[in-house]
Design a protein around this ligand. Structure first.
Ligand SMILES: Cc1cc2nc3c(=O)[nH]c(=O)nc-3n(C[C@H](O)[C@H](O)[C@H](O)COP(=O)(O)O)c2cc1C
Length: 173
């Protein structure tokens, strides 16, 4: 079967080269709102989304993520927007809840012509004093953990073709 949603799932790719042009406010709002519609354990809607665009904040998170990675490169690939997703550790499904938000936003971004890439290491970044300070500044309650983030922008490269799907991963019982 084929439809627009399935086509969007199949053609989405992680993009690692971004134009410096900032995305439109309407595009950011669309992606963020899509994230809020992701499913969550018991429908608790616990994840909190932080959209980073301010250059000084961006520089901070780039440095923090690179430190965890042990690299001097920008782990967000120079994307002009990064959406950080936090979730409360007290909820048994907090990682799954935040992951659903990230995946939903990736698909929403692709559907409106934006490029995105899921970026890791937010857990470690926001366990540091600098990270905790930022969370406090943003009004994120104690007990929340960074789960992941989305680099977001306009692609500065062609959309890669999807690698062939590994076989033997579907079992029918
Ligand atoms: C949990 C998770 C963490 C990821 N972390 C990173 C990351 O830190 N940096 C990165 O470039 N890509 C990251 N990715 C993207 C994957 O590398 C990418 O999804 C994979 O290579 C498949 O490519 P595709 O998304 O184009 O299908 C992550 C993806 C997931 C699901």
């Amino acid at each position: 079967m084929k439809n627009e949603v399935l086509q969007n799932i199949v053609t989405r790719r992680s993009i690692r080269k971004y134009k410096q042009t900032q995305i439109k406010e309407e595009e950011l709002e669309t992606v963020l709102e899509a994230g809020t519609y992701a499913p969550s354990g018991r429908g608790m809607q616990c994840p909190i989304l932080v959209a980073v665009q301010a250059p000084d904040t961006m520089a901070k998170i780039v440095k923090m993520n690179a430190q965890v990675l042990g690299s001097d490169k920008n782990p967000y690939y120079g994307a002009p927007t990064v959406i950080l997703v936090f979730a409360p550790e007290e909820r048994t499904t907090y990682i799954e809840d935040a992951s659903c938000v990230l995946d939903t936003m990736m698909l929403a971004a692709h559907s409106i012509g934006l490029a995105a890439c899921w970026i890791h290491r937010e857990r470690e970044m926001f366990q540091t004093e600098e990270g905790k300070d930022l969370m406090k500044q943003w009004g994120i309650p104690e007990g929340f953990a960074g789960i992941g983030s989305l680099a977001l922008g306009y692609a500065d490269c062609d959309l890669p073709l999807p690698p062939e799907r590994k076989s033997g991963r579907i079992i029918r019982a």
